[in-house]
Design a protein around this ligand. Sequence first.
Ligand SMILES: NC(=O)c1ccc[n+]([C@@H]2O[C@H](COP(=O)([O-])OP(=O)(O)OC[C@H]3O[C@@H](n4cnc5c(N)ncnc54)[C@H](OP(=O)(O)O)[C@@H]3O)[C@@H](O)[C@H]2O)c1
Length: 335
Amino acid sequence: MSEKVVAILGATGVVGRQMSELLEEREYPVKELIPLASSRSAGKTMQFRGEEVAIREATPEAFEGVDVVLGAADDATAKRLLPEAVKRGATCVDNSHAFRLYDDVPLVIPEINAEDVKWHNGIISNPNCATIIGLLPVWPLHQVAGVTRLIVSTYQAASGAGMPGLTELQREMSLVAAGEDVGETAPFAYQLAANLIPQIGGFNEVGYTSEEMKMQNEGRKICHLPNLLVNCTCVRIPVMRSHSESITMEFERPIDPDTAREVLAKAPGIRVVDDPEALRYPMPLEASDQDLIYVGRIRRDLSAPEGVNGLTLFCCGDQIRKGAATNAVQIAELL
Ligand SMILES: NC(=O)c1ccc[n+]([C@@H]2O[C@H](COP(=O)([O-])OP(=O)(O)OC[C@H]3O[C@@H](n4cnc5c(N)ncnc54)[C@H](OP(=O)(O)O)[C@@H]3O)[C@@H](O)[C@H]2O)c1
């Protein structure tokens, strides 16, 4: 691969910082790294390959001469600035929700639909983090048995709400331990320490949140399954890092837990951790700071009606790495 000038839009956030670490770790051929953030961060520095690199304010002109942009900013910033980067000849891999459902923007999990990268027009979207973590184990089972329906409950870490979410949980945990009142809880609507919050995103007219609808809408696009049925409940929990999911799947054809375990053991991006007698199952602490999705608790859906082929599993994955930064760098490698 020839060396590239790489900009990270949102370089000071949890995803942006992880991206710069991954560019080093995966030895992506970076000719020059340009960290971009808001005017609040301009002038500060960050480390890249052992050197201090100046953080610049993200403006349209900042993308002159950039080959690849890794997007790790909010939706509005991505919408405002990434088309400017494309105009100046850059290819963008974006983590925000801004472009994910556009017809001319591929939405890619490399282990599932790497081929879709080929038809990009300058922007490729990285899917929602819970969607990446949930679909990785579903996809290989779908190849064998044909998935038709998913019932998902997510248990999502505080850092899914970015740096403000991470620092807020740390702050609340020390106050709760000291028996003190936590006061203001932004970016969360309620205290998260010693609690959980069954809402991520705003509600639609039928009572589902925007985060819950992503699993269906993005899942259909990524898997090329326009009729996939998904019922999802997303819950924020007081864990620092790594999302967990309970997933019940229905299939067109029979598939038993042993076959599912064998299929998943060979699937890219997955580690099967499934030995209940030895108390081995996926947990967020163990799944953190690495790129595999841990899958376990694989069992038959006892409640599936006669004739319905149902399986249930539990999975965990680091949503900052595979759910965001690693997936984006993998896409950049495909380019
Ligand atoms: N956190 C996750 O687990 C996760 C997972 C998947 C996808 N995502 C998505 O990835 C994106 C980044 O999330 P994050 O969690 O890393 O958020 P974050 O920690 O809050 O970081 C946000 C970044 O955006 C920058 N930014 C804010 N306003 C800006 C502006 N007006 N112009 C330029 N840069 C601006 C911030 O710079 P300053 O420091 O200067 O404010 C910071 O670098 C979001 O779209 C999020 O939905 C996050």
